[in-house]
Design a binder for this molecule. Structure first.
Ligand code: SF4
Ligand code: F3S
Length: 106
């Protein structure tokens, strides 16, 4: 499965959702996650993310390992998103900020 990690938080550009052939992205208030039960490892979403927030599970950097479980947990409660939504005005200012998990709204 692929995993959405820290740099998506408060950026949430949503470019990723349009390319997913199995609609496995789920949307929270300021973050997106991938349902590991649905992802077919097509790899299409990874290069679409302007924030570089998506990794194959086996390539997730050590500091982001908690996101593997977080994607599984939150995808079970958040609704599916299949179309791009409006990006927050301050998204670009959050791009590259570290440890944004402190700002995650669940
Ligand atoms: Fe969807 Fe493919 Fe990305 Fe998995 S790897 S989330 S199936 S676009
Ligand atoms: Fe997040 Fe990147 Fe998608 S910022 S919403 S994973 S395009």
């Amino acid at each position: 499965t692929f995993v959405v990690t820290d740099n998506c938080i408060n950026c949430k550009y949503t470019d990723c959702v349009e390319v997913c052939p199995v609609d496995c992205f789920h949307e929270g208030p300021n973050f997106l996650v991938i349902d590991p039960m649905e992802c077919i490892d097509c790899t299409l979403c990874e290069p679409e993310c302007p924030a570089g927030a998506i990794y194959k599970d086996s390539d997730v950097p050590y500091e982001f390992h908690e996101f593997i479980e977080l994607n599984a947990q939150l995808s079970a409660r958040w609704p599916v998103i299949t179309e791009r939504s409006i990006t927050a005005a301050d998204a670009d200012q959050w791009d590259g900020v570290t440890h944004k998990i402190d700002h995650l709204i669940v």
